[in-house]
Design a binder for this molecule. Structure first.
Ligand code: SAM
Ligand code: SF4
Length: 326
């Protein structure tokens, strides 16, 4: 069991399959983003070797992310390989959904349990503006394909950005009236280069909630207000799905964080918003033993920071979200 010095049981690993992406969401990366060469990324067998190692340390929950995980060559085989590892209880994925109309069923057959699909607006023009060239119809087709393939409950993630999609929270929240989905609004977080924009155009969870309540009436608390992962859940008065708020900036959930992140280039990161990293891929490639790698992981987990430092103005500058794995 991997425990940190605060007694948290760290058992949830987010693995980034690639830092590359088929979109350029403006709150995530610059349009002229350069990506790491494939040779610098974990190869398929390296992903499986490291995941096996984590599983022996009690990690039982895996989320695949990126960049965009569905553009990784052999993604279906990687999912199958991970889901067959002893001790892994669940494998899920965060994706922009564009390729799910083709991939949802093969991924489900390979052992993927659920997907979170990021969609910040249902409006085609705004979707294009936010993603720089994405087609919203493809994301919507992806959501339908995921539901059909049983990758449920469907969770949709929306980042709300001042001047781009504040009013779009209404149709997004409204999806939960007829669909048993979770629509989660995420506060934009500041990383590396794009900091100024990310700080000045963030919309808070309270502001989003106020808008939703103005339109749909008072929200009902779900689960007695207990966190579902990182989201606080509510229900519209006539809803069958849930509306969630992920208030990482204004009301962080660090005390209950049980996660670690493995970047596509094989770096272990214990907090999304802290710069400290532990390279696992270089020692793996240099022939480190299983025990040496296990010690590296356990020591890193022990030192997991209590929480991020945004409230003290501390912003992680060494990587942006897509290079960590959101
Ligand atoms: N490409 C996939 C996707 O978009 O779902 C997976 C990777 S993406 C980095 C994971 C999540 O991070 C997405 O829901 C995205 O909206 C969110 N995200 C990206 N940049 C963010 C930022 N600056 N603040 C908050 N969330 C962000
Ligand atoms: Fe790509 Fe996801 Fe970042 Fe958008 S949020 S640019 S889809 S990695």
């Amino acid at each position: 069991m991997a425990k940190d010095r605060f007694g948290r049981n760290i058992h949830y690993l987010r693995i980034s399959l690639t830092d590359h992406c088929n979109l350029r969401c403006l709150y995530c990366m610059p349009e002229d983003m350069t990506f790491r060469p494939n040779a610098e990324l974990m190869q398929d067998d390296e992903i499986l070797t490291l995941t096996r190692l984590f599983a022996t340390l009690g990690f039982d929950k895996i989320r695949l992310t990126g960049g965009e995980p569905t553009i990784r060559k052999n993604v279906v085989d990687i999912v199958r390989g991970i889901s067959e590892i002893e001790g892994i209880r669940s494998v899920s994925m965060t994706t922009n959904g564009l390729l799910l109309s083709k991939l949802a069923q093969p991924l489900a057959n390979a052992g993927l349990e659920r997907v979170n699909i990021s969609i910040d607006t249902l409006d085609a023009d705004k979707f294009k503006r936010l993603t720089r060239w994405g087609k919203v119809e493809e994301a919507i087709e992806g959501i339908k394909a995921a539901e059909k393939a049983g990758l449920t409950p469907i969770k949709l993630n929306a980042v709300v950005v001042t001047g781009y999609n504040e009013v779009d929270v209404i149709p997004l929240a409204g999806l939960t009236v007829e669909n048993p989905w979770q629509v989660r609004f995420i506060e934009m977080m500041p990383f590396g280069g794009a900091t100024e924009f990310q700080l000045t155009q963030m919309v808070t969870a309270d502001q989003i909630r106020e808008q939703v309540e103005d339109r749909f009436g008072t929200l009902e608390v779900v689960n007695g207000g207990k966190l579902d992962g990182e989201a606080r859940l509510f229900r519209l008065q006539n809803g069958i799905g849930d509306v969630g708020f992920i208030s990482s900036v204004t009301s962080p959930f660090c005390s209950s964080c049980t996660r670690a992140r493995l970047t596509a280039d094989g770096i272990l990161r214990l907090c999304l918003l802290r710069e400290k990293e532990i390279d696992l891929l270089t020692p793996l490639r240099a022939g480190a033993t299983v025990d040496e790698l296990r010690s590296l992981i356990l020591d890193a987990v022990w030192e997991k920071p209590w929480g991020h430092g945004l409230a003290d103005g501390k912003i992680a500058k060494n990587r942006i979200m897509s290079e960590i794995g959101g």
